[in-house]
Design a protein around this ligand. Structure first.
Ligand SMILES: [Zn+2]
Length: 267
């Protein structure tokens, strides 16, 4: 992934996708915003206690560097589930006054609509089928990953829009790495009992403790869903090791902010 710094707003992107003027995408960091600690500074999460005016300005700044309108960014209320919604822009977003749509995966073919995922350790995934002009965005924490949300998003794109999984490109954004993510037996079991092939992504760390590689499991699930290994771009940046650059619930504790990952088709 390529790092870009635009007036202090730092974000990551997949260079091969950027050559397509039809797609806007960016995996943002915490830098370049207006929020004070503990939300410093590009916090885009409206529910964590930061003032809404700050969140709106931060969203505007992220939108500006991608040259997209902030009011066309759509984020659902993320609930650590595995529901994937097809959205067209009329659904209530977390930035509006109405009760927002709930779900952790979004797909669309709507041009000029930009899907957003908020994270602070969980894995943000951006999906793109350049052949059929379909985009998707997924929030995958351990619960969503244990439910196989990445593979379900691929399936949704194939079912709803006739995508071929071999055409779909995926960006795996910055998330907490196995260096910093220690979980208990019950979490480890949630993976291995469902899919034995996830075992290599759990390294023993003392009695009843495991280092969990969330990015690795998501990559494994994507490949199982027919995504080509060469079409997956990981960031391999740990949000907890790099809390200077990213919000991290594990490193910062709550309250902290949320960074945003965005993707959409330009009109
Ligand atoms: Zn780390």
């Amino acid at each position: 992934m390529k790092e870009t710094n635009a007036k202090g707003v730092c974000y990551y992107s997949v260079p091969a996708w950027g050559t397509q003027s039809t797609v806007a995408h960016g995996l943002f960091t915490r830098t370049g915003g207006v929020s004070p600690p503990p939300y410093a500074s590009l916090n885009v999460g409206p529910k964590g206690g930061d003032t809404l005016a700050h969140v709106r300005e931060n969203l505007k700044r992220a939108a500006r560097v991608l040259s997209i309108p902030a009011e066309r960014i759509f984020c659902a209320a993320q609930v650590h589930g595995d529901r994937i919604h097809q959205v067209s822009g009329g659904e209530p977003s977390i930035f509006g006054p109405d009760a927002p749509l709930q779900g952790d995966g979004l797909v669309t073919v709507e041009k000029g609509l930009y899907l957003g995922i908020l994270t602070a350790d969980c894995v943000p995934l951006l999906l793109l089928d350049p052949r059929r002009s379909v985009v998707g965005a997924v929030h995958a924490g351990w619960r969503g990953t244990a439910k196989g949300i990445a593979g379900k998003a691929v399936l949704k794109m194939c079912d709803e829009f006739g995508c071929e999984s071999s055409d779909i490109l995926v960006a795996l954004g910055p998330a907490i790495g196995p260096c910093c993510y220690v979980v208990g037996d019950e979490v480890a079991r949630a993976f291995v009992e469902k899919d034995r092939e996830t075992r290599p992504f759990l390294q023993p760390e003392g009695s009843g403790r495991w280092k969990l590689n969330l990015e690795g499991i998501n990559r494994h699930q994507l490949i199982s869903a027919g995504i080509r290994d060469s079409n997956i771009t990981p960031s391999s940046l740990c949000t907890s090791c790099r809390k200077d650059l990213f919000f991290s619930v594990r490193a910062d504790g709550e309250p902290t902010g949320r960074q945003v990952a965005l993707i959409g088709l330009r009109p």
